[in-house]
Design a protein around this ligand. Structure first.
Ligand code: GLA
Length: 731
């Protein structure tokens, strides 16, 4: 059966998902117009996408053609100029610096499979898999520019991926000033925008707001996708809840500067653009050259935000993260950062490792401070050899000690950076990003290596390869602790200075691609001062990400809840840490810290030497529990039940893939007097199954749990939590 249908008579392209349809109409045989994205339509025959009525001040794109006015139309790739005054998807100039605005000659090409985007991460398709792609190609005869928009439908996820390529088939250079990965217009039905905002240690806070006439935009010009905004958002109906209603989700598979724009115009049309941020981007396209935008993913759900998240989670798990990790259980780790910071030596590490191993930890991660002279964040980045004072027997011996204790060994690195006073900076003062005429700007006392230079990328690959080959290192935490500033590149000509930010990201992807090709078995965890680059582009190489430097359980409830709108819990590094918490000073029980951390990818990051035997026993039990239910917690369906952004309580659950078991978590962020017992309705259970709640030995049917809910008797204090395991009776 075709996933994509081409009605050449009516010039309609229909992409069919399991519960959704995306349809494009080629108007007048040369304009790609948006026809429909939403509920599944069995057949799309209509050409009635908004017919134009002649109105004052509308501009005719073609002489005397009164059949349409571009500003009136729903476009598939918002045109610049030409009578469309909405925010354009692209801005491109020909050799004379004139804007390229069409008209374009158009053709449509349908094929099996999906082309790889060279140099950029994109959704993975297996050889021989029944997947179809359609390219809508627009050719500009005047400049020789061929713009090709690719659409691939992944029916099981109701996901459409989109990307655009630009090929200069003319004789003169072309300048790309803006090139969104996706652009689309839709009629406004009172929609709201849902997106994630934040800051360092406060990432991915959920925000929902009405669309009003005018433009809302958010993005990053920091060189990374940023702590402040995620390259992901959704358009939702006002009545959409976690459980019902329409949600249109968008996400960009990219880790650099991005811009999301939503414009509600005079005619209640919403234009949506998502792509590389044009303020920090420009690209010279010489004759014969091609430029590819990053890929964007769009997901449609008619069953609420949980429905949208389920599709994104499965998509990222099955199509984005490295395939060798998509079904692989992740180890329980111990990380020494908050336990010791820079102050450790081999004896301390081995002591911590011995206790961690006794508690059931499976992976020991040695964080920052292990390399020569690194006793604070003021030095040594770039010089990746072990510190002889802290590690007199070297990394290999330490890793072997861990292995002998039954622990895998993992290592922290920050390969994109260089400290001012490092020997690397002395050897290659030209390797960091800076403007040679301006003062150098430092963030966290460090400079960013210029990954737009191939020799820098080669250095990183060889150095990291050398490290990984020098000792049994099974895991690498790849950190990135400052944004890019003063971006200029002495090795590029004037006309290409606008390319540096994007070339940096391309360099990074090339490095990650090569290292993971050489070491496919190494588990990478991404990090950028916590979750400053937590995006699908990084997940393509790194199946898990350090969600936030904020390890406080209460802050984490919000951070992890917000993150889960798009990203599955298995991708979220989540650690139990010390109290009072190092970021917010709050004291919470080990129990709630455990409940929050095991709702992500469980780890411990505290000084085990300071814990008493009761605390150690609690941790031991948490790890036993986690391992017992690891399949459920790492691969089950995650369902949000109550939002910490709307209440002082929060709840979520994980349902085993085979539906036999589920675990329910409830949290109280703040206690109040005189409250009734919380009653939470569960969701997505088999209505006729009888489930046994194992702690209280109570039985419920799925339909009772979903319609009447469970009544909770929480402890009466701030920061309380409950964890209940339910099992199908007589499975
Ligand atoms: C960043 C990371 C932390 C830790 C430190 C080490 O802040 O997010 O987890 O690794 O760097 O310097």
């Amino acid at each position: 059966m075709n996933i994509i249908n081409l009605d050449s008579d009516k010039q309609i392209i229909t992409l069919q998902g399991s519960h959704s349809t995306y349809a494009i109409n080629i108007y007048n045989r040369n304009l790609p117009m948006h026809l429909h994205w939403g509920a599944r339509l069995s057949l799309v025959t209509s050409k009635l996408f908004n017919p134009s009525i002649e109105r004052a001040f509308l501009i005719r794109a073609r002489d005397r053609d009164t059949s349409f006015f571009i500003e009136d139309m729903k476009c598939e790739y918002g045109f610049a100029e030409n009578g469309d005054f909405r925010i354009p998807a692209f801005r491109i100039r020909d050799g004379r610096n004139y804007p390229i605005t069409g008209p374009f000659e158009l053709d449509v090409h349908l094929y099996q499979g999906k082309q790889e985007i060279i140099g950029l991460p994109s959704a993975r398709v297996q050889a021989g898999e029944h997947i179809q792609t359609v390219d809508v190609r627009m050719y500009d005869r005047i400049s020789g520019l061929l713009i090709s928009m690719s659409y691939t439908m992944f029916p099981e996820h109701d996901a459409v991926t989109r990307h655009v390529s630009f090929l200069n088939q003319g004789d003169s250079p072309i300048r790309i000033e803006k090139a969104a990965s996706l652009s689309m217009d839709m009629s406004n039905l009172g929609y709201e925008l849902l997106y994630l905002h934040g800051a360092w240690a406060r990432e991915r806070q959920l925000l929902r707001r009405e669309l009003q006439p005018g433009t809302i935009s958010f993005g990053s010009t920091r060189g990374t996708s940023s702590h402040q905004f995620s390259p992901a958002f959704a358009i939702v109906s006002p009545e959409t809840t976690e459980f019902k209603g329409e949600a249109f989700g968008f996400s960009l598979i990219y880790s650099g500067n991005f811009l999301a724009e939503l414009e509600l115009n005079q005619d209640a049309n919403i234009r949506i653009n998502l792509g590389i941020h044009p303020d920090t981007f420009e690209w010279q396209l010489g004759p014969g050259q091609r430029f590819d935008t990053p890929e964007a993913v769009m997901v449609y759900a008619d069953d609420g935000l949980n429905g949208m998240s389920r599709r994104f989670h499965n998509f990222f798990k099955e199509r984005i993260i490295p395939p060798q990790f998509s079904g692989k259980e992740r180890p329980v780790l111990f990380n020494n950062w908050e336990a010791t910071y820079f102050d450790f030596n081999e004896t301390v590490l081995e002591e911590l490792a011995d206790t961690a191993a006794d508690l059931g930890v499976e992976l020991f991660v040695l964080d920052d401070g292990w390399f020569e002279g690194r006793n604070s964040d003021r030095s040594s980045l770039g010089d990746w050899s072990e510190d002889p004072e802290k590690l007199p027997h070297g990394l290999k011996s330490l890793a072997e000690h861990m292995e002998n204790r039954g622990l895998q060994f993992g290592l922290w690195v920050e390969p994109e950076m260089v400290s001012h006073n490092s020997s690397l900076a002395k050897r290659h003062p030209e390797w960091h990003i800076s403007n040679p005429d301006r003062p150098v700007a430092e963030g966290r006392n460090q400079l960013v290596l210029d990954l737009s230079r191939s020799e820098v990328c080669d250095f990183i690959v060889e150095t990291m390869d050398g490290l990984l080959s020098s000792a049994p290192i099974r895991y690498m935490k790849w950190d990135m602790n400052r944004y890019l500033t003063n971006v200029a590149a002495i090795h590029l000509p004037a006309a290409q200075q606008g390319e540096v930010y994007h070339r940096y990201v391309l360099g990074l992807y090339q490095v990650l691609d090569e290292i993971s090709r050489r070491h496919p078995e190494v588990l990478f965890e991404g990090c950028a001062g916590g979750g400053g680059r937590f995006d699908p582009g990084m997940l393509y190489y790194m199946p898990q990400y350090w969600t936030s430097d904020n390890t406080d359980a209460i802050s984490r409830i919000r951070i992890q809840y917000g993150t889960s709108i798009f990203f599955p819990p298995i991708t979220m590094g989540a650690h139990v840490s010390e109290v009072p918490n190092h970021q917010v000073g709050r004291t919470t029980s080990l129990e709630i810290r455990g409940h929050v951390a095991m709702s992500g990818n469980l780890g411990y990051e505290l000084d085990l030497r300071n814990l008493d035997s009761d605390e150690l026993e609690t941790i031991r039990k948490q790890i036993v529990f986690y391992k017992k239910y690891r399949t459920l917690l790492q691969f089950g369906r995650f369902v949000r039940l109550e939002s910490p952004f709307e209440s002082t309580d929060a709840a979520w659950m994980f349902i085993h893939p085979d539906m036999d078991e589920f675990i329910f978590f409830w949290f109280r962020l703040q206690a109040d007097a005189n409250r009734t017992a919380p009653k939470i309705k569960l969701a997505y259970l088999d209505p006729d199954t009888v489930y046994l709640e194992k702690e209280r030995m109570l039985e419920y049917t799925g339909s009772e749990l979903m319609n009447l809910g469970i009544l909770l008797t929480p402890p009466m204090h701030d920061y309380a939590s409950l964890r209940l395991v339910f099992q199908r009776r007589n499975p």
